[in-house]
Ligand binder design. Structure first.
Ligand SMILES: NC(=O)c1ccc[n+]([C@@H]2O[C@H](COP(=O)([O-])OP(=O)(O)OC[C@H]3O[C@@H](n4cnc5c(N)ncnc54)[C@H](OP(=O)(O)O)[C@@H]3O)[C@@H](O)[C@H]2O)c1
Length: 244
């Protein structure tokens, strides 16, 4: 994707660590200007410094995806400093606390996962849509997970992760919301897709994942940089389409 002489401007939520940090690094390596969305000032500034030291044109964006005022302020900051947004990567998420077995889960755990992983994405996306609409080739990437795939969850023998009434269904919900956005935005240049990074060693899973954050970031970077005739309303991992 190219915007003539202007740099592509991206925002990655939850970019202070893990896969989000590597997505920011990957977009920075494309020569893009990258907003590092993160809720904690110290963690955000440390990530911005590290990205800059690696040559990326990074800037900090204070952002808690569960907080209306924070998201409104983030959109205002980007409007003020950049004037538009080309790419939004909704990466921030939580797993929520244990237990997550449906028969034992605290409803508050389910609500917290949905608040961050689904409502947070809607809140951030809608706040930034006016800026995305100013871009010639807007892209939105929602970091989902194959654990949100009902097809895989019900396929005998498929690797589906632990039984979960909060995290996994929040990703199914996110997938469903992604499809609805794609339908509404079908007549616009906005392409919106869901991505699964694979099983990645991060804080999210106590670093038990088998892939590196950089490997997990690759699919998001690819979907952030789709050509104008690229797909929308779809779900991908490195190997190709993931079943819903
Ligand atoms: N790791 C995997 O194996 C795996 C597999 C499938 C999908 N995913 C998805 O990949 C994405 C990144 O996960 P990860 O493994 O990199 O997890 P991670 O290391 O735990 O990072 C999560 C990021 O989200 C941020 N975050 C959480 N709640 C937030 C909020 N309310 N506002 C702003 N930021 C918030 C965290 O910030 P703080 O540092 O402030 O907490 C952190 O930067 C998530 O969407 C996850 O569901 C991961």
């Amino acid at each position: 994707m190219s915007n003539g002489n202007e740099k592509t401007v991206a925002l990655v939520t939850g970019a202070n660590k893990g896969i989000g940090y590597e997505i920011a690094a990957g977009l920075g390596a494309l020569g893009w200007r990258v907003g590092v969305g993160a809720r904690d000032e110290q963690r955000r500034e440390a990530a911005v410094e590290k990205l800059r030291a690696a040559g990326a044109d990074a800037f900090g964006v204070p952002l808690d995806v569960t907080d209306d005022a924070s998201v409104t302020a983030a959109a205002a900051l980007i409007e003020e400093s950049e004037g538009r947004l080309d790419v939004l990567v909704n990466n921030a998420a939580i797993t929520g606390s244990a237990p997550q077995a449906p028969t034992e889960v605290d409803p508050a755990t389910v609500l917290a996962a949905v608040q961050t992983n689904v409502i947070g994405v809607i809140r951030v996306t809608n706040a930034l849509l006016p800026l995305l609409r100013r871009s010639p080739s807007p892209r939105i990437v929602n970091m989902s997970s194959s654990v949100g795939s009902l097809t895989l969850q019900t396929r005998p023998g498929a690797e589906t992760g632990p039984i979960s009434a909060a995290y996994a269904p929040s990703k199914s919900f996110l997938n469903a919301v992604t499809v609805q956005y794609a339908k509404e935005l079908a007549d616009t240049p906005i392409l919106i897709n869901a991505a699964c990074p694979g099983y990645v060693a991060t804080d999210l899973n106590g670093f038990r994942g088998t892939r590196t954050p950089q490997q997990g970031a690759a699919i998001a970077v690819r979907l952030a940089d789709l050509p104008d005739d690229g797909p929308t309303g779809a779900f991908f991992d490195d190997a190709g389409p993931v079943p819903w």
